[in-house]
Ligand binder design. Structure first.
Ligand SMILES: [Zn+2]
Length: 134
C-alpha cells in the first residue's frame, strides 16, 4: 500500500479538472502549513482557502475507513496518527486564517468543486472573516 503522501491521485486529478472547468485557478502542493513541511493539495493563496483530497483508507473515512485484520494494533495506531496529523494541519492553517476544505476521495468531484467555488465566493465577499463577529 502506498503512503498517504502520494501526489496526484486519481480523485485529486479529477477534482482539479472540475475546478478548471469552473474557471478557478489554484496552486498545487503549496507548502504553507506554518511550522511544518506539509503541503496543501490544492491551494488558493489569495483568499486563503486550502483543499485536501483525503483517501478513504488512509484518512479514516466514516463510510469506507477500516482497520486491516492482520497486525491491527499497528494499523490502528498508524491510522490514528494520520487522523491526528490531519487535525493538526487544519488547526495550524486555521490559526493563520486559512479556510480548510477536506474532500473524501469517494465524493462526487463536480459537487465538491461547486462547494469549493462557494467557499471561495464567500471568502472574497468577507475577506479575513467578519470583523463584526467580535
Ligand atoms: Zn469514503
Amino acid at each position: 500500500m502506498r503512503s498517504q503522501k502520494e501526489r496526484d491521485t486519481a480523485p485529486e486529478v479529477s477534482l482539479r479538472r472540475e475546478l478548471r472547468r469552473l474557471g478557478l485557478g489554484y496552486r498545487l502542493h503549496l507548502r504553507a502549513v506554518a511550522g511544518t513541511r506539509r503541503e496543501i493539495d490544492i491551494a488558493f493563496p489569495g483568499p486563503r482557502v486550502a483543499v485536501f483530497v483525503d483517501g478513504c483508507f488512509w484518512h479514516g473515512c466514516p463510510d469506507h475507513g477500516s482497520t486491516p485484520g492482520s497486525n491491527s494494533d499497528w494499523w490502528r495506531s498508524k491510522l490514528e496518527a494520520n487522523r491526528r496529523r490531519d487535525e493538526d494541519t487544519s488547526r495550524r492553517l486555521e490559526d493563520e486564517d486559512w479556510v480548510v476544505v477536506r474532500v473524501w476521495e469517494h465524493q462526487n468531484m463536480a459537487c465538491a468543486a461547486s462547494g469549493i467555488a462557494a467557499v471561495l465566493a464567500a471568502r472574497r465577499a468577507c475577506p479575513r472573516g467578519n470583523a463584526d463577529d467580535g
